[in-house]
Structure formats: C-alpha cells, structure tokens
Design a protein around this ligand. Structure first.
Ligand code: PLP
Length: 278
C-alpha cells in the first residue's frame, strides 16, 4: 500500500498498478507545471456519483488547458478496474489526465482512496469560514470553471484560514462579490430562498452544486443564482458549502460572526445521499 493510503491505482496502457509504483515520468507537465486536468468524486455503494458529468467536466478542463481530449470510455473502464480492485463500496475516486513530458503522450491515472475520516466530524461541528480576496476568474484566460492540478493557491487559502483560527475560506473578489471556497461551492438561505453565486463569476461548476440545485428545486424550494456582495452572506439565516467529497457542510461562523445552523443544509445533505444511493 502507498504511504497515502491509496486503495487502488490504474493507468492508461498499463491497467491496474501497485499503489506504491511510480506512474508518471519526472518531466510530466502535470508534475512540473501543475498542468493536468482532474476530477474527484464520491463512490456510494460502489458507484461513482455523477461519473458521466465528471468525465464531461474533465474533458472541458483538458481542452481549456490545451490538452488532448481524454477518452471518456477509456477513463470509465479504468475507473471500473480500480474500483473493483479497491473493493471499497464507499470511497473517493480521482481521475487525472496528465499531458506527459513536452511533446509526449498524455495519460490517465485513476486513484481510489478512502473517504477522509475528518469529514463527518467536521459536518457535526460545522465549519468556521473566513473571507479571502481572490480574483474573479470570469476572464477566459484565467481558466474559469477549470479543474486543473494547480492547487497551491487553494491549499494556501486553507492554510491562511487555519492561521486565522477558522477551518476554511470563502473567496470574494475585489468588489466583495462572493465566489466559492478553495474546494467548495458556497450556499446560503435567506428566509425560504436558497442563494448561491452564479457560474458567470467564473467559479467551478460544482457537480454537487448542480445536484443540489436539482434536488432543491425538485423539492419546491426557490433557488436564486447571481452576483452577491459579502454582506448578503453575512446576513444569511444559514450558510453551507458543497463539494463531492465533503458533501453538504454547515457553516457556523464567518469572519468571526456566529451563524445559526438551519434546516436546509441537513435536508440537502439527506437528499444528496438518497440521490447518490438511488
Ligand atoms: C474551486 C472549487 N469549487 C467548487 C468545488 C466543488 O465541486 P464538486 O461539487 O464538483 O466537487 C471544487 C471541488 O474540488 C473546487 O475545487
């Protein structure tokens, strides 16, 4: 087993490989420049949730960072091989599409790992957020909605949030417009209305966000998407985040102000799990 606790690894052209084996060349630009596309999703009862949508997003990310388009069928087959070998019905599945060395051929790398143990505890406690300034990525060359492995800034934001005594960050742009978290989308409730920033801000089109939009609207809730200043979030009746691995996480404070926990996060978390296990 690898030091990171991986349960299974599969690579294009090789199939299943030992998780302790090297799988990329030292000059792969995914490693040297953080220029690979990737996807992370949860596996429920052995089935990756919204796999087709994640594969489509991977293809979009690859195209935007100038990589050849990955073959969705090949990735799906590799994922199936890795999931079977992992034999863990509840897991995290990660798909990477890495360009290889300059002028070389791209390759797919599929990782299956355990669900991090801290997540359910964090959900029970609720998350403390701080707002951090971040450029809005709606300008096309800033790669809006692109999931690449250049995650140093996201990790730095989480470290900065912890430095300030919080658990995680929420990004706001120079005009204090609310964007997203380093690895989450952000939501809040104003009375009966759920609110989340719209994709025109250049945020990642979260698959959990898409699932929750459908579930909330399907349950008769009103959901608004738009451009909202930080004060709206600070005045919210309830705040929560969403992501594939963390699912729905209630937020209990923002910039040091206490926030009430509310029913929407718990309802959507239940609805999400029901949908994923359907
Ligand atoms: C910047 C960013 N926003 C939002 C999300 C949530 O997306 P998803 O629900 O597809 O996991 C992620 C996930 O990693 C992310 O990196």
């Amino acid at each position: 087993m690898s030091a990171g606790g991986l349960l299974a690894v599969a690579v294009s052209g090789r199939g299943l490989v030992d998780p302790g084996e090297p799988v990329i060349l030292p000059d792969d630009e995914g490693f040297t420049r953080g220029r690979a596309a990737f996807e992370t999703m949860r596996v429920y009862d052995g089935r990756p949730f919204r796999l087709a949508q994640h594969l489509a997003r991977l293809q979009g990310s690859a195209e935007r960072i100038g990589l050849e388009r990955p073959d969705a069928d090949e990735l799906e087959a590799l994922a199936a091989v890795a999931l079977e070998a992992a034999a863990a019905p509840e897991a995290v599945l990660r798909l990477y599409w890495s360009p290889g060395p300059p002028g070389g051929a791209p390759r797919a790398i599929v990782l299956v790992g355990p669900i991090p143990g801290w997540i359910d505890d964090a959900r029970a406690r609720g998350q403390r957020l701080v707002s951090l300034l971040h450029p809005r990525r709606s300008v096309p060359w800033l790669l809006p909605a692109t999931k690449s492995t250049s995650y140093a800034v996201a990790i730095a934001a989480e470290a900065e949030a912890k430095e300030r005594g919080a658990d995680d960050a929420v990004f706001v742009d120079a005009d204090a417009i609310v964007l997203e978290g380093p690895v989450t989308n952000i939501w809040w409730r104003e009375g009966d209305v759920l609110v989340t920033p719209s994709l025109e801000t250049g945020i990642l089109a979260g698959e959990t966000r898409a699932a929750l939009l459908g579930l909330a609207r399907g349950a008769g809730r009103i959901v608004e998407e738009g451009l909202y200043p930080l004060e709206r979030l600070l005045r919210a009746d309830e705040v929560f985040t969403s992501s594939s691995v963390r699912e729905v996480m209630p937020v209990v404070s923002l910039d040091g102000r206490q926030l009430e926990r509310g029913p929407a996060a718990a309802e959507l978390q239940d609805a999400l799990r029901r949908e994923a296990r359907r």
